[in-house]
Design a protein. Structure first.
Length: 319
């Protein structure tokens, strides 16, 4: 145990404590008296427990000021507003105060004007844990209603992996069989992927995990969103997958399906086979410029980013 909030490095000391079991599944250990005195720990105080790769980190709980971001979105179209608000959300802002002298804004995809307040309410729906708490004709406030917890990341990331895998499988199958209804249903996953992507990055930006793991995980989250975007691109611009791409598309499904196990596994077994499969797809599509080649190439490059991120974490070994 050590004080991670101190600005002056302190020599690490090791303590051993016996575990006391109370009723049910409750286990208790005592805190070193000197450590408790140093941090003014008394009965009823709250401590922060953070699970790390090597154990459990115990820290005095620090009450921090609300992270508030002020944004003037006057004159911005919906795409610019989306990037500004989403960026503040991902950075960990607990409150986002928006001002705008205009009551309507240009909605770029459809080239029509819509109410700023209506767009911000829709935008907030895609940002887990945050909502509109106040708005007038010239201002809107978004506030965090439920704070993300570091232990939510594994679940959120697993959901992101599975959603991306499902979207890839259904996209390829729908286009292979020229099933327009299935293709339309596959596009629904785009919104879910975006929400999970933003939420994972928000958790990471508030995390106390070791920097190498945070960086690697951030790269994985970005790569998974790239795969989702590639599927969306394919669904928007293609109605079928030609027979010449059938095997390449199936290989892409196999590649994406393995990514979850690669990231969560202790070793990277069969890494050579995965690299070969990815590079085969890339070689088959790099010199071509049709919709299918662009999408499949992007999926394969993103898969390689996941593998590279896994290898960047200390104590990860390929076999």
């Amino acid at each position: 145990m050590h004080n991670a909030t101190s600005s002056t490095p302190q020599p690490l000391r090791a303590f051993t404590r016996s575990v006391i079991k109370l009723a049910g599944n409750t286990h208790v250990i005592s805190l070193p008296a000197a450590w408790a005195r140093q941090h003014a720990i008394t009965k009823g105080n709250t401590l922060t427990l953070t699970e790390t790769d090597t154990g459990l980190l115990i820290q005095p709980h620090v009450t921090r000021a609300t992270r508030t971001v002020h944004l003037d979105i006057t004159g911005l179209h919906t795409s610019a507003i989306w990037y500004a608000v989403t960026g503040a959300y991902i950075s960990g802002a607990e409150e986002i105060r928006l001002t705008h002298t205009n009551t309507t804004t240009l909605h770029r995809p459809h080239q029509r004007r819509i109410l700023v307040s209506a767009f911000l309410a829709e935008l907030a729906d895609g940002l887990p844990g945050i909502d509109v708490v106040h708005h007038t004709t010239t201002s809107t406030t978004l506030r965090e209603l439920s704070a993300p917890k570091n232990d939510e990341l594994p679940t959120a990331l697993t959901r992101l992996f599975h959603t991306v895998t499902t979207m890839t499988t259904e996209t390829v199958n729908a286009l292979t069989h020229k099933d327009t209804q299935a293709a339309e249903l596959a596009r629904i996953y785009e919104t879910k992927i975006n929400k999970l992507h933003h939420y994972c990055l928000r958790i990471l930006n508030l995390s106390n995990d070791p920097v190498p793991r945070i960086t690697a995980t951030r790269n994985v989250v970005g790569a998974l969103e790239d795969i989702g975007d590639a599927n969306t691109f394919l669904l928007k611009h293609a109605t079928t997958i030609p027979r010449t791409y059938t095997q390449t598309a199936k290989n892409a499904i196999d590649l994406v399906t393995t990514l979850h196990d690669i990231w969560h596994g202790d070793t990277l077994a069969h890494l050579g086979d995965l690299y070969d499969k990815a590079h085969t797809i890339i070689d088959d599509t790099t010199t071509k410029h049709d919709v299918h080649s662009i999408a499949l190439n992007r999926i394969s490059n993103a898969a390689l980013q996941v593998i590279a991120a896994k290898l960047s974490i200390p104590d990860t070994h390929a076999t």
